[in-house]
Design a protein around this ligand. Structure first.
Ligand SMILES: Cc1cc2nc3c(=O)[nH]c(=O)nc-3n(C[C@H](O)[C@H](O)[C@H](O)COP(=O)(O)O)c2cc1C
Length: 273
């Protein structure tokens, strides 16, 4: 039997102050739910929900709608095959995605399950992604750069009707270019099909989970990213997560305030091979 030595102790310099640790400490248990202040906040959000002000998906009712047309046979690989071969693709030598591929990618990643073949009919409003309390705190936006069959522009994915809503405001050239702030992203956007931006709408989780809202919202976005990663890999499309996208600028692009709703992650959707 080989004798295993304990690993050497690694002493890391601490961040002072450490906002991450402060955050975790502030919501490490359900104790906060007992405080008067949190009870008031939760009651406020519950009332908003009863009044219909809190929905499970944003709807831009005046936006032009583009009905998604998935082609489910693009997802014929087994989960085992996809897991064995999944990877991050950053290749520029890929053809742009077409509309059926984009539709399949979005609906498979976070659409209603009932849109998929073989879905359980009792799961009328559930999605392909898990969500704390089924409150669906994440929203998906797509900045279309080059998709065969879809006009360039900014869209919101609305899962309940299975549509893309074209956001009606004008995109300033500055905002467009500055979102792609890292050298990698600047280079990749010349050939990418588009940029996925995922936001959190915090009040959906706050009303139920109090101070834990951010933890649950982030986890939900993580689940969503994993679905996207697997769906893209299953279809042979390239997905390149981008921690380096400028979030201040993507907020401006999406007209979200960073408090009620904030951008939590972005990924470049490249082409297919
Ligand atoms: C949250 C997150 C952020 C990432 N940000 C970047 C990034 O900014 N630039 C980049 O080149 N890769 C980025 N990646 C991709 C990782 O570098 C990649 O997943 C990792 O090297 C493992 O490789 P694989 O995905 O091919 O298995 C990111 C991945 C995740 C999950």
């Amino acid at each position: 039997m080989p004798i295993l030595k304990p690993p050497p102790k690694l002493i890391l310099p601490a961040f002072e102050p450490d906002p991450g640790l402060e955050y975790l400490e502030s919501q490490r248990s359900w104790e906060h739910r007992k405080s008067e202040e949190e009870r008031k906040v939760a009651a406020f959000y519950r009332k908003q929900q009863t009044d219909g002000a809190l929905e499970r998906s944003k709807k831009y009712s005046l936006a032009e709608k583009v009905i998604l047309k998935p082609s489910w046979d693009l997802l014929s690989k087994s989960l085992g095959q996809v897991l064995a071969s999944r990877k991050t693709t950053s290749s520029k030598a890929l053809r742009p995605l077409n509309f059926a591929e984009l539709s399949t990618f979005l609906m498979a990643s976070s659409g209603l399950q009932r849109s998929l073949p073989g879905a359980d009919p009792s799961r009328e409003w559930q999605r392909t992604v898990p969500s704390a309390g089924g409150l669906y705190g994440a929203e998906v936006y797509f900045f279309c750069l080059n998709v065969d069959g879809l006009r360039e522009g900014l869209y919101h994915f609305q899962p309940e009707e299975g549509v893309l809503e074209r956001l009606p405001w004008k995109i300033q050239d500055d905002d467009r270019d500055l979102v792609f702030s890292s050298a990698n992203a600047r280079e990749a956007q010349k050939t990418a099909s588009g940029l996925i931006m995922i936001t959190g709408v915090f009040q959906r989780h706050r009303r139920k989970y109090g101070h834990r809202y951010l933890r649950f919202c982030m986890l939900e976005v993580g689940c969503l990213c994993q679905n996207m990663d697997l769906a893209a890999n299953a279809m042979g499309a390239g997905l390149w997560h981008q921690g380096a996208i400028d979030e201040g600028r993507s907020r401006r692009l999406l007209h979200v305030d960073g408090q009620q709703e904030s951008v939590l992650h972005s990924a470049l959707l490249l082409g297919a091979g």
